[in-house]
Every structure is written in C-alpha cells, then in structure tokens.
Design a protein around this ligand. Structure first.
Ligand code: NDP
Length: 416
C-alpha cells in the first residue's frame, strides 16, 4: 500500500481520483489537495456517488497551496503518501517536485513546468526546468516520471513501442490529436484556457531533419485520414513531448499536429489580434490593473462544465514512417475515446479522461515496482509494454493500423 496524493482539483484530477479509487486495492489511501477545499470535496463526493472506490482505504480532501514547498512536504508526510500525482496547473511542477525529492515520494505530472510570465522559451523546454533536477532525483533515489498524460505521455510510449516493434529505422513520427467532439457552447477550451492559449500564442517548435525549426501557429496545415473520426484537418503545433522525444529517440523528424475547427481559429485570431490573450497586465482608464488572459479565462466556460453535454470522439495517435527489412513501412498507433462514455463512467469529458487514466496507470506501475526507476525519466525511456497493456484494461484501449489491417494492440504479442 503506497498511498497517493493528487495535487489539483480540475478536470484531470477528477479523472485521476476516480481511477485511483477504482484501483485503491493496490494504491492505498487517496488524498486530493488543491487551493480550494470545496473542489477537492466535490471530487471525493463524486467518487462516493459513482461508487468508484473498490478497496477500503481512506479518501480525503485537503486544502493546499502547492507553491509552498514546506506545506506540501508536510502533507506528503502526514498522509504517508509515497506517490504524488501532480495534475495541478503547470506553474506548480518545480515546487511539487522539490517536495517529492525532499521526502522521497515518487513524482508524476502531465505537462512541462511553466513560469507565469514567460511564454516563448528556447527548446528543449524540459532543459529549462525539470531536467535541472535530474541529479537531485537520482541522489535521493526518487522516481519522477515526467509528462505522463496522453500527449505528452501515451504518445511518447507509442513512438517508442512502434520503433521497437515495427521498424529497423524510423524516419518520422507525426503525432496527431483530433477532438471530433462537440460541446455545444459558442466557444470554450477543453482544459485551462490560460494554458491552452499559451500553447498557441508563441512560435511553434517542431523537430525537422534533426534540428529545431520554428514556424508560426496555423502556418502549416495537413489533412489526415484517421480511423473513426475520418478525414481531419490538423495544424502544426508546438507541444511538450517533442522536447524529450527529440533527445531520447534518435528520430530525425518529430512533429505535433492538432485539429482545430474554423470557428475556433476565428475566435482565437480575434482574441489574439486584440491583445486579449496577453499575460502582460494592462491598466484601465479607471486605474484597474487587469491581465487580459486572466479576464478571458474568467468569462469562458469552466472546462469541467462541458462534460455533461459533450458528444463525439477523440482520436490521438502516432503515425510512424520508416523501413523494415529494407522496405518502407507506415504504422499508426492510436486510441479513440468517446466523450459520453467517459462522462458515464467518471463524470468527465474525454480530454480530461485521456490525460487522467495514463497518470494513474503509471502510478500503479510504480506501486508494483515495474516503473519504480528511482530517477527522473520521460515516458519514452521506459518499457512501453506494461503501460499500454495496463491502459487496455483501464478504459484506454490502444489500436494499431498497418498493412495487415486495424486491430487492438496487445503489446506483448506484437513486440519481437
Ligand atoms: P485545471 O485548470 O482544471 O486544474 C488545475 C488545478 O490546479 C486547479 O484545481 C487549481 O486549484 C490547482 N492549482 C493551481 N494553483 C495551485 C496551487 N498553488 N496550489 C494547489 N493547487 C493549485 O487543469 P486540468 O485539470 O485541465 O489540467 C491539469 C494538468 O494536466 C495541467 O498541467 C494540464 O496542462 C495537464 N493536461 C495534460 C494533458 C495531457 O494529455 N498530457 C491533457 C490535459 C491537461 P483551485 O481550482 O483549487 O485553485
């Protein structure tokens, strides 16, 4: 019994808490901590309402400012937590990681650290933050698995698995993220608007020909033929996973493509052109100081509130191209997730679900020792087989499409 502390009480934390509760026979007590106690209590209540908890461990809500390292260490100790799932805002990563290193708890997150006032950082982004603590992690013997949501996270494991199982040499990995669902609102983001917009307001980094290439958002678009969601337009976007996969996999071309509808692009372009997505404060004629991005966030729907009416599916995967036995080959490793099914199971939409399930699968692999590596790693540095196999049983089923057709991926059957 390891006991788990979940930090954050947003959409991803909601799913992570439900999934921990479903698996608390191996994970032990589950604690949820965030700035707003009421949000943590609401998660605990929803677990009770859904009857998600399988074992008899504690399920408890806590108030915590996770930027306060000493308070976070005290909570880790008082709850006896050996695993910390950080699914709070990415501004918290370095403080929570420090608390973990200093208490010896395992650390998991689903996004790269961000500083609130820095938008355009040089690549690789991990080197600006998390990787600086690699030696400290190793010295403390603390396990830290970075970016283990869906993207980053599962797509890193897909890239690694495809390389190992299907290719002698890989030329390119195109990660494609399509949300073909509809929430029925005029405009909303699927996760924290502040974080969502920050992804698109700076320049777009991609890994091309073994080096970083910069372009503008919405500069490059491409149509992809995908299972279930069909022909989909996606735009070259900068994203976390490129910043570790480029270093760890030795693949010359790694790109990230995200699907956007014309309506999203129009609204985004208007907001951005007016300066309403800026994180720099402005002063009104009345002397009020306002951060435009924070104001936009305040008037947009709370992403968690989209879940009850969300319909349709997401399709996220890696299209990998290379050679096997001197012949060109193309393989798509992917997952399809249904918004409504997620809502029925845990009360969330698919974007939160696809991020929350993997981080709990990783926690379970730490708890059973398989991924308890006692150092800092990105997901593609770990054996992807137990991870993919476990997620197949936890509600996120991986499929593969190649020249032999389209099938559920059993990683132990398909790897050499
Ligand atoms: P939300 O914005 O819904 O939730 C963030 C939570 O962080 C809130 O509950 C907030 O608490 C909490 N928080 C912020 N500051 C503090 C603090 N100082 N101390 C304690 N808690 C704090 O985000 P999501 O649930 O949508 O996303 C969570 C994480 O997952 C983000 O890092 C996001 O980038 C990442 N993500 C990753 C994906 C992937 O596939 N890899 C996909 C989607 C998201 P409160 O409300 O109480 O103030």
């Amino acid at each position: 019994k390891r006991n788990v502390l979940i930090i954050g009480a947003g959409g991803v934390a909601h799913v992570a808490a439900h999934k921990c509760a479903q698996n608390n026979i191996s994970l032990g007590d589950i604690h949820v901590a965030s700035r707003t106690l009421g949000k943590c209590k609401a998660i605990v209540d929803s677990i009770r309402e859904k009857g998600s908890q399988r074992g008899s461990g504690l399920l408890k809500a806590h108030q915590l400012d996770a930027l306060d390292v000493e308070a976070t260490k005290a909570l880790i100790r008082s709850t006896g937590s050996q695993i910390v799932i950080n699914v709070g805002s990415p501004f918290l990563n370095m403080s929570v990681m420090t608390a973990c290193i200093e208490t010896g708890a395992a650390y998991l997150d689903t996004a790269i650290h961000e500083d609130p006032d820095q938008v355009c950082e040089p690549p690789p982004w991990y080197a600006n933050h998390e990787w600086k603590r690699r030696d400290a992690c190793r010295a403390a013997g603390a396990t830290a698995i970075l970016g283990v949501g869906f993207d980053p996270g599962v797509v890193n494991a897909y890239g690694r698995f495809a390389m190992d199982a299907y290719f002698d040499e890989v030329e390119s990995i195109d990660i494609i993220d399509i949300n073909a669902g509809s929430h029925g609102r005029y405009f909303a983001t699927n996760f924290d608007p502040e974080i969502n917009f920050r992804e698109f307001t700076s320049n777009v980094w991609s890994w091309e020909g073994g080096q970083w290439k910069s372009s503008r958002m919405f500069e490059h678009r491409k149509d992809w033929d995908l299972p279930v969601v069909g022909r989909s337009t996606a735009y070259l976007t900068g994203h976390d996973e490129l910043h570790s996969m480029s270093k760890n996999l030795g693949v010359p071309n790694i790109r990230f493509w995200m699907g956007f509808g014309d309506h999203y692009i129009n609204v985004f372009t208007v907001l951005n052109s007016l300066g309403l997505l800026s994180e720099k404060p402005v002063r009104t004629a009345e002397g009020l100081e306002v951060v435009p991005l924070k104001l936009v966030k305040a008037v947009l729907p709370d992403p968690a509130s989209l879940a009850p009416t969300y319909i349709g599916k997401t399709c996220i995967g890696d299209l990998v191209k290379g050679t096997k036995n001197c012949r060109p080959r193309e393989v798509l490793v992917y997952n399809v997730c249904d918004h409504k099914d997620c809502y029925e199971e845990v009360g969330s939409q698919a974007i939160s679900y696809t991020a929350g399930v993997p981080v709990v699968a990783a926690a379970m692999l730490i708890a059973n020792g398989v991924w308890d590596v006692r150092q800092m790693v990105n997901v593609e540095e770990l054996d992807p087989k137990p991870f993919i196999s476990l997620m197949n049983r936890m509600g996120l089923v991986t499929r593969v499409r190649d020249e032999q057709g389209d099938r559920v991926l059993d990683p132990y059957k398909e790897s050499p």
